[in-house]
Write a protein of this length. Structure first.
Length: 258
């Protein structure tokens, strides 16, 4: 029996999704994209999970891109279905905070998976880039858009057109990743970050994500209106009152997600 392409572990409110094809540097075939999408959707509806971490098996690669053999077999009609893009959208629109633990190469589709996550933490030896043009294709899971939104038009243009990946430190300098740590400390850092997120109200985290992500896609006036509406919803929650009471009483808040 073949080994599972996607591994899932749950512990103390944190789910870790591991893309498990180390023999091909965790390259994504069609089944792997589907399984990743379905796993994130499953976790999004799991009330026991507060944070989702995505990483790759082994120490060499997060995801080194799409499986080239699968690309050779893909038709125009199959490409138009946008399966890879749907997976990235599911990650981006997940109501739970998502963290990419970039443990090595994050190239092509791997970079796009990381871009769809809310936060990105990289091991120092990681390399990150949109390398599709090097093999005669384009980014097809949101890379042209999310990269531009994250690091700006000029840097995104350079990365995508040249196909040259950045070092982890270069990615940190331009805001592509949140933090860079020694490889042996990667998961420790990511779990510490997860604990910080778990200490927040889940419903207010969700509203913050909506305000940030959707606001970035529109003009300032509309974005500010969206922020105000999200803030108005916050003031109708029990968690908002609990947070303020806990501050006044000099204690840690106990959020219930309502």
């Amino acid at each position: 029996m073949s080994e599972a392409k996607i591994l899932l572990t749950r512990k103390s409110g944190v789910a870790v999704i591991t893309i498990n094809r180390p023999q091909v540097h965790n390259a994504m075939d069609r089944e792997c994209w589907r399984l990743l999408r379905e796993t994130v959707q499953e976790l999004d509806f799991d009330s026991s999970i507060r944070v989702i971490i995505i990483t790759g098996a082994g120490e060499k690669a997060f995801v080194a891109g799409a499986d080239v053999n699968a690309l050779l077999e893909r038709s125009v009609l199959e490409t138009l279905r946008g399966e890879n893009n749907k997976t990235a959208l599911v990650i981006e629109q997940c109501t739970k905070p998502t963290i990419a633990a970039i443990n090595g190469l994050a190239l092509g589709g791997g970079c796009e998976i990381a871009l769809a996550c809310d936060l990105r933490v990289a091991a120092r030896h990681a390399r990150i880039g949109q390398t599709e043009l090097n093999v005669g294709i384009l980014p097809g899971a949101g890379g042209t858009q999310r990269m531009t939104q994250l690091i700006g038009l000029g840097r995104a243009m350079n990365m995508i057109l040249t196909g040259e990946p950045l070092t982890a430190d270069e990615a940190l300098a331009c805001g592509l990743v949140t933090a860079v740590v020694p490889s042996e400390d990667l998961m420790k850092k990511v779990f510490a970050l997860s604990e910080k997120l778990i200490s927040k109200s889940p419903i207010i985290l969700q509203l913050a994500k909506i305000a940030i992500r959707e606001g970035a896609k529109t003009n300032l006036s509309t974005a500010l209106l969206l922020e105000m509406l999200c803030q108005s919803v916050v003031f109708g929650t029990e968690d908002h009152a609990e947070g303020l009471r806990a501050f006044l009483e000099k204690r840690s808040p106990v959020y219930k997600g309502g």
